[in-house]
Design a protein around this ligand. Structure first.
Ligand code: 5GP
Length: 116
């Protein structure tokens, strides 16, 4: 199992505010939220440091992360208002934890990503 901070969260060695769990995905609130809703979704059973390390045989996991985020958004009642999902890959994107994760951001107008 991975030795990142997220591995410790998966193994319940450090606390996290877990809001979603299924056989393959764990979702928990970001410790430093960048929006009113900021949840991280991670694969539980696979050690994949970055999106660039994802193998074709693991492609379904990214879909599972997205489906988990969408289910959480529906369950929490903000799916209709909208949300953003983000995956940071390596240095230029500011990735700090090398266990792939999908950020779910919501709860307020987020601004148009990519606007000048
Ligand atoms: P990255 O920058 O790698 O895409 O995102 C990593 C995220 O993990 C950051 O938003 C950061 O706030 C969050 N994070 C780092 N350490 C912890 C932790 O121990 N617990 C939780 N819940 N989030 C963490």
């Amino acid at each position: 199992m991975t030795d990142t901070i997220f591995g410790k969260i998966i193994r319940r060695e450090i606390p996290a505010n877990i809001v979603y769990e299924d056989d393959e995905v764990l979702g928990f609130k970001d410790i430093a939220p960048q929006a009113p809703v900021h949840v991280l979704f991670i694969p539980k059973n696979d050690v994949i440091p970055t999106l660039d390390d994802l193998q074709p045989s693991q492609a379904h996991l990214v879909g599972k992360l997205a489906l988990a985020a969408a289910e959480y958004a529906r369950r929490e009642g903000f799916a209709q208002n909208g949300y953003r999902i983000v995956m940071n890959c390596r240095e230029d994107a500011g990735q700090t934890v090398f266990h792939i994760h999908l950020h779910l951001l919501a709860g307020a107008p987020l601004g148009h990503f990519g606007a000048a």
